[in-house]
Design a protein around this ligand. Structure first.
Ligand code: FAD
Length: 423
């Protein structure tokens, strides 16, 4: 019985989202002949708005698209974000060029990934119910009672992962305390190439609105995304509806504390075809991403669902897929390949999850915490960049990490003071 995966081994990918489709592409490119993606929906579904595909320097997945040879197809569709304007209560905190890469509608990205696969790679309408590891194989059980055997199963079935729940029942999703409203309007409303980030805060109330353009196969879509804190969990279903009325109190707060709202932003809200309202959930850290039997591995949101405030969730899923395919193709036992993948990706993803939650706290902070954040954030960003260039490298990186640690401690202290002041 071989413990090494061959090019003719049967590999199942559960979930045809961005992570699963990226992995299928990467494996087929490496020469794996029997890769099957199982997707529960009868057709590929549209999910939310657009996402940035950032360069490697920003922790993004542009290198993955380049390795797959798909970057030109994405570039042909998507506009590139070139600059960021960061404001707090209408005061400009920073305005600088930034390379966030192309910004593409998820639907378009999924379409490009799907089109590049061999025909019949994706089985639609096949929902997984559970699995059993049997020696060197894994039996997948689908709705309707159908079973199929595989040599390796990769769970890319997202935040509500069936596989992850079976492996680690105590590490499910938890409400992060944030709610996100997304307004998407077809057309060009805002200045091109801009990432607009406005933190609005008053006594005991705050939110951040981020606006950015992206594009799908049907042209440009401008999006305005509002983040607020919430005590009660809200639905995280992708088609969960909000209303334009939900946005009105936020625009009123903007008028009260930020001297009004840019007319193009009002237009995006007014012209948006629908408003999504999502409760934001995260996964707690799991003991491992690999099953006890060593034939099932987690990837993407199934492994490390994170708050979206750094825009790195889908990109991390793509980076996971790239790393997993690279380890599988190396001449090494399967167990070593999976362990090398987990070692490479688990720590960084968990760190991003923590940082994304912290970013959520920052963008929804008010009172003392908002004053602390907004006076220091840009300074910390600049020092962080400068310290990172110091040599020896370990010294620069340690100094940069210490700076961030101090900044975070200070922020949490100011949040505790807020809790006393505004109780
Ligand atoms: C509001 C919001 C904004 C975001 N913004 C960004 C952003 O700007 N940039 C970014 O990089 N990330 C962003 N993300 C995160 C990103 O959406 C996710 O990290 C990404 O979709 C994860 O990809 P995935 O392939 O792991 O899972 P998913 O995209 O969730 O795909 C999982 C797939 O598995 C299928 N599936 C589930 N269960 C089963 C089953 N039992 N059997 C068969 N199929 C199954 C699902 O139908 C789905 O197609 C955002 C997330 C949210 C909530």
């Amino acid at each position: 019985m071989s413990q090494t995966l061959g090019k003719d081994s049967a590999i199942a990918i559960v979930g045809g989202g961005i992570g699963g489709l990226t992995l299928a592409n990467a494996l087929q490119k490496q020469g794996y002949e029997r890769v099957t993606v199982f997707e529960q929906w009868e057709h590929m579904k549209t999910r939310g708005g657009h996402i940035s595909i950032m360069p490697a320097a920003s922790g993004g997945s542009l290198p993955v698209l380049e390795a797959l040879g798909l970057h030109e197809k994405v570039n042909a569709v998507a506009p590139v974000v070139r600059g960021i304007k960061s404001l707090a209560n209408r005061h400009v905190l920073g305005e600088y060029p930034i390379s966030l890469g192309p910004r593409i509608m998820r639907e378009a990205l999924q379409h490009i990934l799907l089109e590049n696969l061999r025909p019949d790679t994706v089985c639609l309408g096949k929902a997984l119910c559970g699995f059993k590891e049997k020696g060197n194989n894994v039996e997948l059980l689908f709705e309707g009672g159908v079973t199929e055997m595989f040599d390796l199963v990769v769970a890319a079935d997202g935040i509500n992962s069936t596989v992850s729940r079976q492996l680690f029942p105590d590490c499910g999703k938890q409400f992060s305390g944030f709610v996100y409203y997304a307004c998407l309007a077809k057309g060009a409303f805002m200045p091109e190439g801009l990432f607009y980030d406005h933190h609005v805060h008053g006594a005991g109330k705050a939110f951040t609105v981020r606006a950015v353009s992206g594009a799908g196969l049907d042209g440009r879509w401008d999006g305005a995304y509002f983040v607020v804190r919430a005590d009660a969990p809200a639905s995280s279903a992708w088609d969960s509806e909000g209303t334009k009325e939900h946005i009105q109190p936020l625009l009123a707060l903007m008028r009260e504390h930020a001297g009004g709202c840019p007319s193009w932003l009002m237009e995006i809200v007014e012209k948006s075809e629908r408003v999504w309202k999502w409760g934001i959930y995260e996964h707690s850290s799991k003991p491992s991403w690999i099953s006890a039997g060593g034939r099932v591995v987690l990837l993407g949101d199934a492994a490390h669902a994170m708050a979206p405030f750094l825009g790195l969730g889908a990109q991390s899923a793509m980076l996971d897929a790239h790393a997993l395919a690279a380890e599988l193709v190396r001449d090494q036992p399967l167990a070593d390949a999976l362990l090398a993948f987990e070692t490479q990706r688990k720590g960084p993803c968990e760190q991003i999850t923590r940082m994304a939650n912290f970013e959520g706290m920052g963008v929804t902070s008010f009172g003392l915490a908002a004053a602390y954040r907004n006076s220091l954030k840009d300074l910390v960003r600049k020092w962080y960049g400068w310290l990172g260039t110091l040599s020896p490298q370990w010294f620069g990186q340690s100094a940069a990490a210490l700076l961030v640690w101090c900044y975070m401690r200070g922020f949490h202290a100011s949040e505790r003071c807020n809790a006393i002041i505004y109780k």
